[in-house]
Design a protein around this ligand. Structure first.
Ligand SMILES: [Fe+2]
Ligand SMILES: [Zn+2]
Length: 367
């Protein structure tokens, strides 16, 4: 280990010698523009040791000469920034998310809404949608002509639609193009989509473009992170079980067989922050990932969590009308739908998680 003095904070931190060599930012080791390394890790001998270290520039820089003759210059703030304790503190103190129940989300509804006219003409409107999606996991664009083409245009202002076996833009009615439960008129309880994909869609976009000769079909939403957090407080053991036990999901139709298994609540392995909730009671496959002796604990935990998710004060319910496009975070927000009568047409698409997060980083909303 190599001690490094951090003059700004008056502290000393220790770094591993190989880690330090591996973080050389000289132009032969690193491309500063793309942030890509330029060497094969195995070309650095594991026995690499610093021969001399020297502080420069008001002790803000550290110069190291290595046992193979290589010389590195480090920004000490940068090295300190990368220490895992500091990374975790930063993540935990970040205030980019507001967990919500019905009272919170309805009080902040104005933050969630923009119009297509604003979105087309201003980057601020695009920024506002991204901000809402990161903070609350929901955003609306009003004033969108009720058809698939204009819905697609609205989405493409921000992201490309994700391609799946449902297509890119999908339009669904109660006529069964796919065998999925979403393609019916029945009540659909809270769920996330694509639990059977190894990479579930990051966002979901929906636009009800037609509902005539009938009633019902209200949508309801709940913040899965709020519910997970409440479970963590009230029943830490149940929370731990749901973050650990893989739950298999599958989907089958003609020509398709999707299957994937992962925990219902996924947390960051370093910071323990919530990353994803993944829950679809309908699309569960044979549950065969734990011994029968552990089933009672698992089901008790799942039931506890579902009770919180489905509690009325956590639910935001409203009817989507033609003209309003909803964007929501499929890794965080549960959605469901009441049964309906009449003829109803929904259009929409998914967005890849990577495209959503990349955009949020480019806009400086997340790190
Ligand atoms: Fe769904
Ligand atoms: Zn170097």
């Amino acid at each position: 280990m190599i001690p490094i003095e951090h003059k700004r904070s008056g502290t000393t931190f220790q770094v591993n010698a190989f880690w330090l060599r591996d973080h050389c930012r000289c132009s032969s080791c690193y491309n500063l523009e793309t942030k890509q390394r330029k060497y094969n890790l195995l070309d650095i001998p594991s026995t690499m040791r610093p021969i001399s270290t020297e502080y420069n520039h008001n002790e803000l820089q550290l110069e190291v000469e290595w046992s193979d003759g290589h010389k590195s210059v480090y920004d000490i703030d940068h090295l300190n920034h990368a220490q895992v304790e500091n990374v975790v503190t930063r993540i935990q103190q970040s205030t980019t998310r507001t967990l919500w129940n019905q009272a919170t989300i309805t009080a902040n509804e104005i933050d969630l809404r923009t119009t297509l006219a604003e979105l087309v003409s201003s980057d601020e409107a695009a920024h506002k949608i991204m901000q809402s999606l990161i903070r609350y996991g929901i955003a609306f664009v009003d004033g969108v002509p009720a058809n698939t083409t204009m819905t697609e245009m609205t989405v493409r202002r921000l992201f490309p639609p994700m391609r799946t076996f449902f297509g890119e833009m999908y339009t669904f009615t109660d006529s069964p193009d796919h065998a999925d439960t979403a393609y019916t008129k029945q009540y659909l309880g809270f769920h996330t989509d694509n639990t059977y994909f190894c990479n579930a869609a990051g966002l979901q976009i929906l636009h009800c473009i037609r509902h005539v000769n009938g009633v019902g079909g209200e949508n309801f939403f709940a913040d899965g992170f709020y519910a997970a957090n409440e479970l963590k407080q009230s029943n830490p053991r149940a929370y731990e079980i749901l973050t650990r036990v893989p739950v298999p999901a599958e989907y089958i139709e003609e020509g398709q067989y999707h299957k994937y298994s992962a925990p219902i609540i996924r947390v960051d392995p370093v910071s323990s922050e919530l990353v994803q909730v993944r829950l679809n009671i309908y699309d569960r496959a044979m549950f065969d990932t734990i011994p029968q002796t552990e089933m009672e604990d698992f089901y008790t935990s799942l039931r506890e969590y579902l009770k919180i998710v489905q509690r009325l004060d956590n639910e935001w319910k409203f009817k989507l009308h033609p003209g309003t496009v909803i964007f929501f975070d499929n890794w965080r927000v549960y959605h469901g739908r009441c049964a309906y009568t009449g003829e109803r047409t929904m259009t929409g698409c998914y967005v890849e998680r990577v495209d959503f997060l990349s955009k949020a980083r480019v806009m400086g909303i997340i790190g």
